[in-house]
Design a protein around this ligand. Structure first.
Ligand code: SF4
Length: 447
């Protein structure tokens, strides 16, 4: 034991790690796990590459543009520091990384937390200090304190033709319900107000476990989408469901939304509406049935906000297919829509499909879809003018603040701009009277 006070000891001896996290919310959860472990072992985080003992780059390898961004981040880390560990989705292709950067210290694949830690230990051994206890009870979160992503499973059993995630991450592996609920409970106790449930395929949760029961609190809980959503809804936080594949049993959770147990929000990446394109994508293809289901959901839960993503310019997409999609959107009146132009992903079966759509056609379809959706979004939001909505504050500065209603997820959806007589703080849950709306946002007064 040394005579130094704890802060000085850690400042003097702890190795510093600079961390770059790229990609989707699921990758962010992986980053949080790695950082939590490193902090528990006494490592310090550095905001800059230079001066750190090493750099970890958590990469995204989904689209070619994401790969380019990842390679750029690795290049930057090599130039500024030179001691670099690469992990994440691109880690599944070590040859590609080593070809460009032969001197990286280690390359590990997605979810290989132990290999990342082993590589860190080898490159910068932890400072042994039994007094180091730097870990807050909820772990380290890269998202602001008032919301957190909760990962319930890894991998995916579907085989969408444009996607290589099952190849990178394998088939579905769910976490036992008790584990997920314990993590959720800890986060809520630590002050998290909103839990964003993520996975590759949230509604398939538990299938691989055969819906096994596990212990949580004084009861057993089955690893089933409905059971988990219901129990999460008892924790007193906002529960938001992301990446829900449109299986029939999704219908079961809508009453939980109507009861206010989980947020009236469903993020379902429909991807397209034309049966021919959906078939080529290897996605469920009965979109007229889906329209009926959306109508039924809204009857049970009139406030339900539906978010989705679509791909335009998929190989073989004709003008009729595209018009069918826009017509479907006009009927479905989804609240939030993200749209991507098809981009080939190395190794995805869709690349072999005939009839690629020319870049300028993709661009023009993307613009047309976004314009149609802007109009739908404007009308959906206008319905909310005059209502009083609970709003979770994300940013606050004096008498103005920016937050989100139950209908909007952080980072991807719209915002509520709030004027307030009393100062608001990040993480406050306030009631806002909505005065006006525009294409994507709401504006109102805290009451
Ligand atoms: S549902 Fe389809 S797009 Fe999503 S991860 Fe699975 S295979 Fe990929």
């Amino acid at each position: 034991m040394t005579g130094l006070p704890k802060a000085e000891r850690s400042a003097a001896g702890a190795p510093k790690v600079s961390f770059v996290s790229l990609g989707c919310p699921k990758a962010l959860v992986d980053s949080e796990r790695i950082i939590t472990r490193l902090r528990a072992e006494g490592y310090e985080l550095s905001k800059r590459h230079d001066g750190a003992d090493l750099v970890i780059v958590n990469t995204c390898g989904f689209l070619d543009s994401a790969k380019a961004e990842s390679l750029g981040a690795i290049g930057e880390a090599m130039a500024e520091n030179g001691r670099v560990i690469v992990t994440g989705c691109m880690g599944a292709e070590p040859g590609l990384i080593r070809e460009r950067f032969p001197d990286v210290l280690a390359v590990t694949g997605p979810q290989q937390y132990e290999s990342v830690l082993d590589a860190v230990h080898a490159a910068a051994p932890p400072a042994h200090d039994p007094f180091l206890d730097l870990l807050p009870p909820q772990g380290v979160k890269l998202t602001p304190r008032h919301y957190a992503y909760l990962k319930i499973s890894e991998g995916c059993n579907n085989r969408c033709s444009f996607c290589i995630i099952p190849r990178l991450r394998g088939d579905l592996v769910s976490r036992p319900a008790g584990d997920v609920l314990r993590e959720a409970e800890k986060l809520v106790r630590a002050g998290v107000k909103e839990l964003l449930v993520v996975s590759q395929d949230t509604s398939a949760y538990g299938l691989d476990l055969r819906y096994a029961e596990s212990q949580w609190a004084d009861r057993t809980v089955r690893a089933r989408f409905y059971d988990l959503a219901k129990e999460l809804g008892s924790l007193g936080a906002w529960i938001r469901l992301h990446y829900v594949y449109p299986y029939p049993h999704v219908d079961e959770v809508i009453p939980l939304m109507a009861e206010g147990r989980v947020l009236p929000y469903l993020d379902i990446p429909f991807q397209h509406a034309s049966p021919a394109v959906l078939k080529a994508m290897r996605r469920p293809g009965r979109q007229e049935k889906t329209l009926e289901r959306i109508r039924a959901w809204r009857e049970i839960c009139p406030d339900l906000a539906i978010r989705s993503t679509f791909i335009v310019g998929f190989p073989g997409e004709t003008e009729e297919d595209f018009e069918l999609l826009v017509g479907w959107l006009q009927e479905a009146k989804l609240d939030r829509v993200g749209c991507f132009k098809f981009e080939p992903v190395a190794g995805a079966p869709a690349n072999e499909l005939a009839d690629p759509v020319p870049a300028e056609v993709k661009e023009s379809r993307w613009r047309r879809l976004m314009a149609a959706q802007r109009e739908i979004s404007r009308k959906r939001l206008a319905r909310l003018v005059g209502r009083r909505l609970p709003v979770l504050i994300d940013e606050a500065s004096g008498p103005v603040a920016k937050g989100r209603s139950r209908f909007d997820a952080p980072e991807i959806d719209g915002a509520v701009h709030v004027a307030s007589r009393r100062p608001l703080r990040v993480g406050d849950l306030v009631t806002v009277k909505v005065d006006r709306s525009d294409d994507y946002d709401l504006f109102g007064q805290a009451v």
